[in-house]
Design a protein around this ligand. Structure first.
Ligand SMILES: *[C@@H]1O[C@H](CO)[C@@H](O)[C@H](O)[C@H]1NC(C)=O
Ligand SMILES: *[C@@H]1O[C@H](CO)[C@@H](O)[C@H](O)[C@H]1NC(C)=O
Ligand SMILES: *[C@@H]1O[C@H](CO)[C@@H](O)[C@H](O)[C@H]1NC(C)=O
Ligand SMILES: *[C@@H]1O[C@H](CO)[C@@H](O)[C@H](O)[C@H]1NC(C)=O
Length: 404
């Protein structure tokens, strides 16, 4: 009979005594999941925003570049238009010059023919007189005079024609030369304009291609980042001895180190990173409780009795490990921080754990270290089973926190 009663009591008592105090694990799970999702979403949003900002800056820069190139092209076109106007003006001038020369040439030929006619008339007049040579002394004298002047007239005819013709032909030649120069200049300018246009077009096309490429790259990297965030089960870790996180991680919160008093032999052994924004419970303090103290460095150097700080960090990389015994990471892994393995010493009643404390041993004056709570001391190796070939005896142990 007794054997049957006891299990019934054992089964009944917990169910009747604490039905409302038993936490609903499903609710807690839901809440945790929700919190995690919210924090993931926030981080993703922040990252996307910053990415968009970078992208917009780059786009702005490229747009400005394109605009300045377009302005340059526009300026060049204006210049070309001006050059064109200059050319047509020069053409008009040249035409005018040509007309003047033609007029001059016409006038000259008219005056020449007039002179020729005069000369011919003179000759015609002189010829009959020549025929009458010997008829009178006066006539003879006149004839002599005339026959004297005839070669002079002929010579005058030739001489009067030659200098003017030379001048005209010289001017004509100059005009031809100017025209040739002008034609060459026109051709050259046209070529220059074409070359410049082609170059500008090429520049703009190259810039457009480059811009499109850059935008594509940015979009790709954006997609990759999104994928990385979505695919990543990012890891969290406590950055002991620091109130900040590395540039590979985001801060969740920072605070002070908590733990058990070093003389409480039955207490918990782990260190906690305590928030500086606690929300106190109104739950009554019942009979037997556990205690949570602060911590202090017991380093027997300049950090002695100082209050250690800590930060909880979320790495952008999926895996984070602490490597004791070294302050560098395995190749391919990224260092979050390095420092010393610290824990409570062996003769304390309370057990504790080995933690990796940043070598900067950051502290705060917010706590009073005189309480001697969960102490943190350097750890040194005792080699033997820990191979002395690798670990030198009596040496402070280093550590590294690495992510990948
Ligand atoms: C001069 O004489 C020639 C022939 O002797 C004649 O053909 C010519 O028409 C004359 N010219 C003038 C302007 O009288
Ligand atoms: C991150 O920090 C490490 C060391 O703390 C430094 O070597 C590295 O250049 C930093 N990276 C960036 C992107 O700031
Ligand atoms: C660290 O502790 C020392 C000594 O108590 C104090 O002078 C210093 O201000 C502390 N540093 C911080 C950041 O609180
Ligand atoms: C290590 O050093 C300690 C303290 O100096 C000493 O007692 C111990 O014998 C040493 N062990 C080895 C293996 O050298």
């Amino acid at each position: 009979m007794l054997v049957i009663v006891i299990p019934v009591l054992v089964l009944v008592c917990p169910c009747q005594g604490f039905p409302e105090q038993v936490p609903d694990t499903a609710t807690i799970k839901d809440e945790l999941l929700e919190n995690k999702l919210i924090s993931l979403l926030r981080e993703h949003e922040a990252r996307t925003a910053s990415l968009f900002k970078i992208q917009n800056t780059k786009l702005e820069y490229l747009t400005n570049l394109l605009r300045s190139q377009e302005q340059k092209l526009y300026n060049q076109e204006i210049l070309l238009q001006k050059q064109g106007a200059k050319l047509s003006y020069q053409e008009t001038l040249l035409l005018q010059q040509r007309r003047t020369i033609e007029q001059l040439t016409n006038r000259h030929s008219r005056s020449k023919s007039f002179q020729d006619q005069n000369l011919r008339q003179k000759r015609n007049k002189s010829q009959p007189k020549t025929r009458r040579v010997g008829k009178s002394r006066l006539e003879k004298r006149r004839v002599g005079k005339t026959s004297d002047s005839t070669p002079h007239d002929v010579m005058l005819l030739r001489d009067a024609a030659d200098p003017l013709e030379a001048v005209v032909s010289r001017i004509s030649q100059q005009v031809t030369e100017i025209e040739a120069d002008f034609q060459a200049f026109k051709t050259q300018t046209a070529n220059d304009i074409q070359t410049s246009k082609t170059k500008t077009d090429n520049d703009i096309n190259a810039l457009k291609t480059q811009t499109t490429g850059d935008i594509q790259t940015l979009q790709n990297s954006n997609t990759q980042q999104d994928l990385a965030i979505q695919d990543t089960q990012s890891s969290t870790f406590v950055h002991w001895g620091s109130s900040t996180c590395s540039n590979l991680s985001g801060i969740v919160y920072s605070g002070v180190v908590g733990g058990a008093w070093y003389r409480h032999s039955g207490s918990a052994t782990n260190y906690l990173c305590m928030t500086m924004s606690p929300v106190a419970s109104s739950h009554p303090v019942t009979g037997v409780v556990a205690y949570l103290y602060g911590s202090e460095y017991e380093t027997w150097d300049s950090y002695q009795f100082r209050v250690p700080v800590c930060a909880v960090c979320r790495s952008t990389l999926s895996t984070t490990v602490m490597i004791p015994g070294t302050n560098v990471c395995t190749p391919g892994w990224h260092l979050q921080y390095s420092g010393f393995i610290m824990t409570g010493t062996y003769f304390h009643d309370a057990g504790s754990e080995y933690i990796c404390v940043d070598s900067k041993l950051e502290n705060t004056t917010l706590g009073d270290a005189s309480q001697e709570g969960a102490v943190l001391e350097y750890t040194v190796t005792r080699c033997g089973t820990l191979p002395c070939t690798v670990y030198s005896n009596n040496t402070v142990v280093t550590c590294a926190v690495c992510s990948k």
